[in-house]
Design a protein around this ligand. Sequence first.
Ligand SMILES: [Zn+2]
Length: 100
Amino acid sequence: MFCSRCGSKLEPTSRFCSSCGAPVAMESPSYPPPFATGQLLRPRNNRMIAGVCAAFAQRYQWDVTIVRIITALICLSGAGALAYLIAWIIIPEEPYALPT
Ligand SMILES: [Zn+2]
């Protein structure tokens, strides 16, 4: 890495430039992407059929078992199965977790 002010080569561990003293821009710490918040994604694990229930449970911090029970009840009522299929199609799948 290099100093953004003077261009001197820096040690990867240094926090300040040894030439000009400018603080080194720290790269954001690498931690797993926050799948638990934000976008609605179908997780690749912890899924029963297509991960639709798990997606909603993960997105809204619900209990996945309760989501599945409610989904099953809605599906039994008729239109729910169609809604599940639509959710299956429109909710994107979670990207593969990259090896760290
Ligand atoms: Zn510098």
